[in-house]
Ligand binder design. Structure first.
Ligand code: AMP
Length: 144
């Protein structure tokens, strides 16, 4: 399955971004309200400058204490996130996520952000594919 099919199945709701100057506390609020685990950081709303995950916040809290919550996202985000394109396969994305040990990937076309896929989206797509393959194989074996 291609990334563009995953995006389509999620519905085209645009991509929520935050700016590098956003306070970490505000980003944490957005993560909690939206029940998501990561946010793309982009000052122009188009090209991804970084990515901020709930893990970044938890790690900073453990290492540096609650003071990190008043810092800007720029201090904490991962710069130059690994991105994928609409034409990438779910398999390729899953491999990159597993190798890089992260669960979010911005989707970029011509340098512009067009979506975000999570490991949950990709695993769901893979499971659907496997179920369809199983049905097709069963059909062949049963002679349908
Ligand atoms: P995650 O598993 O996505 O919550 O993130 C784990 C760590 O990887 C955090 O430090 C994130 O900032 C970082 N990270 C998340 N997504 C990406 C990505 N696409 N490229 C590079 N680093 C990432």
């Amino acid at each position: 399955m291609l990334v563009q099919q995953i995006l389509k199945s999620k519905g085209d709701n645009g991509v929520l971004t935050i700016k590098t100057s956003t306070k970490v506390s505000e980003a944490a609020q957005i993560l909690a309200e939206r029940r998501i685990g990561g946010l793309v950081v982009s000052d122009d709303g188009e090209s991804p400058d970084g990515i901020l995950s709930e893990r970044d916040i938890v790690r900073s809290l453990a290492v540096r204490g609650t003071g990190c919550m008043t810092e800007s996202v720029e201090e904490m985000m991962t710069r130059n996130p690994v991105c994928c394109s609409r034409q990438d396969t779910s398999d390729a994305v899953l491999t990159r996520m597993t190798d890089g040990r992260f669960r979010h990937m911005p989707v970029v076309e011509d340098g512009k952000l067009v979506g975000i896929v999570t490991i949950g989206d990709v695993v769901k797509a893979r499971l659907q594919e496997l179920a369809m393959e199983k049905d097709a194989l069963q059909g062949m074996i049963m002679g349908h």
